[in-house]
Design a protein around this ligand. Structure first.
Ligand code: PGA
Length: 249
């Protein structure tokens, strides 16, 4: 497999600047000999602080969201221009908390994806079904729609800067992990969707992370699956002693 493992930590709405800096310092030291690709995504308020800590390390800096416009009258939003100014390299978009708590639809997520790519960022596009959608047999259809709509208008060249994170909503923060087999099946399906929407080579190369209650004791079994190329980690990314073993699985 030519794809590199990519382990990302989504710190969500946690940590003051001092706490974020302390965790980032621990990770820089612990992962300097790590063999995979790494990213941390602190809150907007801690980005500048963490940028200074991870500079020159093998840990990339991500934001958890961005606005769909470059600038203007958008109270409470943060622009790609402002993120670039802070040294952010990557943006997580379409996270289930954005989709379900803040009602972001596929069209809005797609505008953000295209704007972030236009400004040179890497993108982690999150997709995943709700429990009721899984129980109704709609998991594949939901992931197809979120993938196709989220990537509408993205060129094959820009797709090389996109990672997909499959995060079944029922597994996020619940302690319920999809089995490696179930996750791998959806990853394979998403790869098929990418092959149809772009081309087989793009599907072969795209990195697809799994997210949803990834922990030190289940990471290796998930990563062993053919189509699982990394993890987007929430709760277990908040402490070095949980994130480092996942990052070094
Ligand atoms: P979790 O969150 O690891 O706490 O389940 C994953 C995510 O939301 O990215």
């Amino acid at each position: 497999m030519s794809r590199n493992y990519f382990i990302a930590g989504n710190w969500k709405m946690h940590k003051t600047r001092a706490e974020a800096a302390a965790l980032a310092k621990e990770l820089v030291a612990a992962l300097k000999d790590g063999r995979h690709k790494y990213l941390v995504a602190p809150s907007f308020t801690a980005l500048e602080t963490v940028a200074a800590v991870v500079k020159g390390s093998n840990i990339l800096l991500g934001a958890q969201n961005c606005a769909a416009e470059e600038e203007g009258a958008h109270t409470g939003e943060v622009s790609v221009l402002q993120l670039k100014d802070l040294g952010v390299q990557s943006v997580i978009l379409g996270h289930s908390e954005r989709r379900h708590l803040y009602k972001e639809d596929d069209g809005l997520v797609n505008r953000k994806v295209r704007l972030a790519l236009k400004h040179g960022f890497d993108v982690i596009l999150c997709v995943g079904e709700l429990l009721e959608e899984r129980e109704a047999g709609k998991a594949e259809a939901v992931c197809r729609r979120q993938t196709v709509e989220g990537l509408k208008g993205v060129s094959a060249a820009d797709l090389q800067r996109v990672t997909i994170a499959y995060e079944p909503v029922w597994a996020i923060g619940t302690g319920k992990t999809a089995t490696p087999e179930d996750a791998d099946a959806i990853h394979a399906y998403i790869r098929k969707v990418i092959a149809e929407a772009f081309c087989p080579a793009a599907a072969e190369n795209i990195v697809i992370q799994y997210g949803g209650s990834v922990k030190p004791d289940n990471a290796a079994a998930l990563m062993a699956k053919e189509n699982i190329d990394g993890a987007l980690v929430g709760g277990a990314s908040l402490k070095a002693d949980a994130f480092v073993p996942i990052a070094k699985f």
